[in-house]
Design a protein around this ligand. Structure first.
Ligand SMILES: C[S@@+](CC[C@H](N)C(=O)[O-])C[C@H]1O[C@@H](n2cnc3c(N)ncnc32)[C@H](O)[C@@H]1O
Length: 177
């Protein structure tokens, strides 16, 4: 009886870990594909590409970057870390940085930053203003089907929101955790 219970628990734990790993690979694939889409849009519109999220920070990126390409730097690459490996890295809070930009002037790519912000509604408003519409916004999100979406914690930030955003979703929406 106990052997069966232990066997079932170990099986469930293994399934959860396999799901986290596979979801991580899908997220890294999204980073490649969605970043390319954002670069293409920026080129078409002859606009700067604003990247939010240090491409070389975060447990997930550090791990998956070892064996799979992720995304690269933009014309500006903004993060609280300063994105030191990008030659045009900017050390700033996302909302503060968006507020310095003119309306309808940039293409925006974000990877796994919106999940950790308190002022999410204001950030959404500013993203739409700066990009001039959701069609110029490209976001990689943490899937709600992962434990990381609920439990992720690093330095002084942790999971706060589930994000639904273009190009996978038509609009920018969120659920507070
Ligand atoms: C989970 S990591 C993601 C790292 C990388 N962008 C990726 O996709 O793997 C979350 C990132 O959000 C950044 N971050 C958290 N709060 C921020 C804020 N208010 N403004 C700008 N960046 C922020 C952190 O410094 C960190 O690099």
């Amino acid at each position: 009886m106990w052997r069966n219970i232990i066997f079932i628990c170990v099986g469930i734990l293994a399934l959860i870990l396999i799901n986290e790993f596979l979801q991580g690979i899908l997220r890294q694939k999204d980073r490649q594909i969605i970043f390319k889409q954002a670069q293409k849009r920026a080129k078409e519109l002859k606009r700067p590409l604003l990247v939010y999220g240090d491409p070389y920070y975060g447990k997930g990126s550090r791990f998956y970057n070892m064996f799979m390409d992720g995304y690269g730097c933009g014309d500006e690459t903004v993060d609280l870390t300063g994105s030191p490996e990008c030659k045009n890295g900017v050390k700033s809070d996302m909302l503060k940085h968006l507020k310095t930009k003119k309306s309808n002037s940039q293409v925006i790519f974000v990877s796994c930053v919106l999940e950790y912000l308190d002022d999410i509604e204001e950030v959404f408003k500013e993203m739409i203003r700066v990009a001039g519409g959701v069609e110029n916004i490209f976001v990689v999100t943490v899937s709600e089907l992962t434990l990381a979406a609920y439990l992720y914690q690093e330095d002084n930030y942790g999971a706060k929101n589930l994000i639904y955003a273009p190009p996978k979703f038509k609009d920018l929406t969120y659920k507070k955790l």
